[in-house]
Design a protein around this ligand. Structure first.
Ligand SMILES: [Zn+2]
Ligand SMILES: [Zn+2]
Length: 385
């Protein structure tokens, strides 16, 4: 293992805070990608920009036949920051509330550490755009990421509040759920609110549909299989027109699962309820299910490499029984192409209760040392696996 003392932690923290102050949304990470590319060139790596939009890959070619991919995401979220660090966001309505600023800085640190003491084999540092629901990983795969940079294994890492900054969690199997969207439009016949018999009221139908929705995870899916169906958006009528039954109701939501079978089931069953309840009550239903990202399922052999690396560098220990998250991560698209493992790195206690995607969230710079050491260690172990 490369001695973490040789990592320039103050410089990496400065980079992290600069990225935090200048957050960019998915596929708009031009400033961030420019900083990444300049840093990688400066340490002598071969740099390819513009892969899948604003994606950047740094290649450290050490000969040999084995190759490993290490992935960091670069994007921020469209939300305001309420925290007041001196490095708070300078871009209104945009903030790094998921810690991707830290992910980017740590992978740069790992690139520097590995470039200073190159292993035998090729290390590809993958800086991904647009993880937050905008399809950056898929765009990179479709741009030929693994044709241009073939990997034997690929690794992803995410910060996790609640774990100590020198603590990690590495677990085989499902880590993150599929993350899909669905929309239902219930189309009736609008009419006077006093004369419902002259129309077909879609609002009442929506009520029945929403009440029935939880029967899918509760009564249809195997109780031993996790599943989430949530309606998150509901729009109908006009609050200024309380005597008008509207023509239509639009409902939208999310669906989460850890297996392809349950994912298929959710797609089928939400539509079955929408069409069935609509038909029973005399309105029309339009239904679309949008497959966004598959579940992240850690490959056992790749996870074993990550676990050994984590144990070698995490002074606070490694959790091997960490529960999966119902959030999603499009690292899943990388894991579909190459055996992959996705691990968690502690971010310390949640400050003021702020978790991921909270307006007060901030990456903890004290985690950088463990993160960089893990990246360097897992690359070396994957190349000699
Ligand atoms: Zn996020
Ligand atoms: Zn994230």
């Amino acid at each position: 293992m490369k001695d973490p003392a040789s990592i320039d932690l103050p410089r990496l923290a400065d980079i992290r805070r600069d990225l935090h102050a200048h957050p960019e949304l998915g596929f708009e990470e031009t400033r961030t990608a420019g900083i990444v590319a300049a840093f990688l060139r400066d340490i002598g790596l071969e740099v390819t920009e513009g892969i899948g939009g604003t994606g950047v890959v740094g290649a450290l070619r050490g000969g040999g036949t084995r190759s490993v991919g290490l992935r960091a995401d670069m994007d921020a979220l469209a939300m305001p920051e309420t925290g007041t660090p001196t490095w708070a966001s300078t871009i209104p309505g945009t903030m790094h509330a998921c810690g991707h600023d830290g992910h980017t800085a740590m992978l740069l640190g790992a690139a520097a550490a590995l470039a200073a003491d190159p292993p035998m084999g090729n290390v590809f540092f993958i800086f991904q755009p647009a993880e937050e629901g905008r399809g950056g990983a898929r765009a990179m795969v479709e741009a030929g990421l693994f044709d241009r940079f073939p990997c034997d294994m690929v690794f992803g890492l995410h910060n996790m509040p609640g774990l100590a900054v020198d603590e990690m969690a590495v677990v085989a199997g499902p880590q993150l759920a599929s993350s899909d969207s669905w929309r239902v439009t219930l189309r009736g016949v609008g009419t006077h609110g006093a004369k419902p018999h002259l129309g077909r009221d879609p609002v009442t139908v929506a009520g029945h549909f929403l009440a029935a929705l939880q029967s899918i995870p509760g009564r249809v899916v195997d109780p031993l299989q996790p599943a989430v169906v949530s309606a998150c958006s509901l729009a109908a009528g006009d609050p200024k027109a309380l005597n008008v039954i509207p023509d239509f109701v639009e409902i939208g939501g999310t669906a989460r699962a850890y297996t392809p079978e349950v994912r298929d089931q959710l797609e089928t069953e939400i539509g079955r309820l929408a069409h069935g309840i609509a038909q029973a009550m005399g309105v029309e239903a339009e239904y679309t299910f949008i497959r966004r990202i598959p579940p992240v399922v850690n490959d056992p052999a790749t996870t074993a490499v990550a676990l050994a690396a984590a144990k070698a560098v995490s002074r606070g220990g490694v959790r091997e029984d960490f529960p999966p998250s119902t959030a999603g991560d499009d690292f899943a698209f990388f894991g579909q192409e190459v055996p992959g493992a996705y691990v968690w790195l502690g971010n310390g206690p949640a400050r003021d209760g702020a978790l991921h995607h909270n307006t007060g969230y901030d990456f903890n710079d004290n985690a950088i040392a463990t993160g960089v050491a893990f990246w360097a260690e897992v690359a070396r172990r994957a190349l000699s696996a």
